[in-house]
Design a protein around this ligand. Structure first.
Ligand code: ADP
Length: 609
């Protein structure tokens, strides 16, 4: 990770890219306004042929038609049609240029924000929700900029201009033409009330579906390995059913109202009204027959655009909600960076009365204090939910504690520049992830300058050399394509990566499950190699592997309830002793290999007094 510098005091953290939604949309606003003006001009020009039909009818039905006037009308009409095409084309190009510009700015700013966001914040949201915002929400905003705003302007300005013109011809007949609009608006309001109340539910169901899809796809290998395909599939299917149900129940009433109100505004309904009213008006002598003509041309187009206003309104609403989510992502506070970074001296880690909660009012860790002397192995044990992962995550700053301090080499980790922190603290998580790239590229993530010899050494250290040699392209084989690794092999490759990163402090999340006893032994050997000489904090899921740890911290409900070496803790007869009894019973019952497992990985190393 490159060294990052602190922003000057008072300036927004990060680079020159705009960081708020307002600033991002403001940058493209001039283009959107120009596109809307051009679109409105095209809309007005589109009325000219309809007016021309009326004017020509008047001119040609005169006792002595004036050819000059007739040709003028034709020429103006042709000019208007050409202008309409030109303006429409220019409006579309401009709005799409604005749209591309906005998408690029949004995605760049969001990627930049994500890069600086605390890892804990990212993990909490999940890949599904983030993908939603980065992809779908930006698409929704594309509709807003490229279509909704110009469409909205046209949908309002064109019928308004037509209505003004018609009012000059006959204002009473104009009012009759417009009678469908208030009827529609009543229906529209009802529709929006229903839609507004259900939009949130649809969004939430979509979020659940996205998460289920991502989980399903990402976890497919694990799920298959454990023969749980049906269960995972049923979770995905349940999320899909839930979305369908939420969507249809939200849409049913909306569709009913929509079909009635849309019918009212249709040109056929307006034609009927104009024909009836025109007949009455002419019959009563209130208007000349020829003056009904513009109502039969322009009048028919008077009400239908209101539908476009409704549609544009819907997209505007969707875009506003998308903008809210994009804005939320853009507003995430980056992990604060030190204004005057300090360098740790040594690799001793200390937790000083650390209190932390994902929600500040509900601490998950309570005044946890512990010291990890340099070069020792400290194990974190405790029941599930005790706060082990949360505590371990504070070292690499997945999150910062609300109270207390995490110190590395005597310096608060918050005062260490992120680049330097990650050169000191590495982590190997249970959930092994690789990029879809070559084995070598994945290894070089840890040390970009590593030579082929370095890679070969790391691979050999975890006992993978022969396996890599059997791959079609050796280290250049693509993971997931011609390098298909077993669970144990993937774990060892991630350990090789950590070896290359060579950070003096390591946070390890020990695997809860190995594919088979053989891979367990090889992974344990690789781990032993990895942790030698480093300051290690290991989240231990099997007590058998930590009997030799220099210190064991027992966490319960976010508090340190005991700590010490294995023998002392067993003798103390507390929570650890009872966990140990359960563990022994379990492993002995399981396969009688308990004795073989006890005294495993972390026994031979560390500064044992
Ligand atoms: P352990 O690793 O010991 O099983 P964790 O550190 O994962 O425990 O969890 C401790 C507590 O914090 C649990 O109550 C868990 O529900 C909660 N927790 C863990 N991760 C999050 C998160 N991202 N957001 C909110 N609460 C969380």
């Amino acid at each position: 990770m490159p060294e990052q510098t602190a922003p000057p005091a008072g300036a927004p953290p990060g680079s020159a890219a705009p960081r708020t939604l307002g600033a991002l949309t403001a940058a493209v606003r001039p283009k959107v306004i120009a596109a809307s003006v051009l679109a409105a001009t095209a809309g007005l020009a589109s009325l000219v042929p309809f007016v021309a039909v009326y004017l020509l009818a008047v001119a040609l039905s005169a006792a002595e038609p004036d050819p000059a006037r007739v040709w003028t009308i034709v020429a103006v009409t042709v000019a208007a049609v050409v202008a309409q095409f030109l303006c429409h084309g220019a409006a579309v190009s401009l709005s799409h240029a604005a749209d591309m510009d906005l998408q690029l700015r949004l995605r760049r700013s969001m990627a930049e924000r994500l890069a600086g966001a605390p890892l804990g914040w990212i993990a909490e949201r999940g890949a599904g929700r983030l993908k939603n915002t980065l992809q779908d929400d930006v698409e929704d905003m594309h509709y807003l900029v490229a279509h909704a705003v110009p469409d909205f302007v046209v949908a309002v300005s064109t019928p308004l201009a037509a209505a003004v013109y018609l009012a000059f011809v006959d204002w009473r007949l104009t009012l009759v033409c417009l009678v469908g609009i208030p009827c529609y608006l009543v229906g529209y309001r009802a529709m929006m009330r229903v839609a507004g109340s259900r939009m949130g539910a649809i969004g939430a169901a979509m979020g659940r579906l996205n998460s289920a899809v991502v989980e399903f796809v990402q976890g497919i290998a694990v799920v298959k390995a454990f023969g749980q395909t049906q269960r995972a599939h049923s979770r995905f299917a349940a999320a899909a059913d839930d979305y369908l149900e939420t969507f249809s129940s939200a849409n049913r009433p909306i569709l009913r109202i929509q079909s009635v109100s849309t019918g009212i505004l249709s040109p056929a309904a307006t034609l009927l009204v104009v024909a009836l009213a025109g007949t009455v008006f002419v019959g009563q002598g209130w208007t000349a027959a020829i003056d009904v003509v513009p109502f039969l041309t322009l009048g028919l187009g008077l009400t239908a655009p209101v539908l476009a206003v409704g549609l544009a309104g819907n997209s505007l609403r969707a875009a506003r909600q998308a903008a809210g989510r994009v804005g939320e992502l853009l507003a995430v506070d980056p992990l604060p960076e030190p204004a005057a970074p300090r360098s740790p001296s040594g690799n001793r880690v200390e937790l000083r009365e650390v209190t932390f909660g994902y929600d500040a009012d509900a601490p998950v860790l309570h005044e946890v204090s512990a010291v990890l002397p340099e070069g020792t192995v400290t194990a974190l044990v405790g029941p599930s939910g005790a706060g082990k992962s949360t505590l371990a995550g504070l070292l690499p700053r997945f999150a910062d504690p609300q109270r207390g301090q995490v110190l590395l080499g005597g310096v608060d980790v918050r005062d260490i520049a992120p680049g330097e922190l990650y050169r000191h603290i590495g982590f190997v998580l249970q959930d092994v992830r690789f990029l879809r790239a070559s084995v070598a590229d994945n290894l070089r993530l840890a040390r970009p300058g590593a030579t082929d010899a370095d890679l070969a050494e790391a691979v050999a250290a975890v006992g993978l050399r022969e396996r890599i040699d059997t791959l079609p392209r050796g280290l250049d084989s693509l993971i997931g394509e011609d390098a298909l690794l077993s669970g144990g092999e993937a774990q060892r490759l991630s350990i090789a990566r950590a070896l290359l990163a060579d950070t003096p402090v390591l946070v390890l999340d020990e695997a809860t499950a190995y594919a088979d006893p053989e891979s367990e032994a090889t992974v344990q050997r690789a781990l032993t190699r990895l942790i030698a000489g480093r300051t290690v904090l290991v989240i231990a899921h099997r007590l058998g592997s930590i009997v030799g740890a220099d210190n064991i911290i027992v966490l319960d409900q976010g508090r340190v309830v005991e700590q010490g070496r294995h023998d002392a803790l067993v003798a103390a007869g507390g929570l650890y002793a009872s966990m140990w009894r359960t563990y022994r019973r379990h492993t002995e019952d399981a396969d009688g290999r308990a004795a073989g497992r006890l005294g495993g990985t972390y026994e031979q190393i560390g500064v044992t007094p």
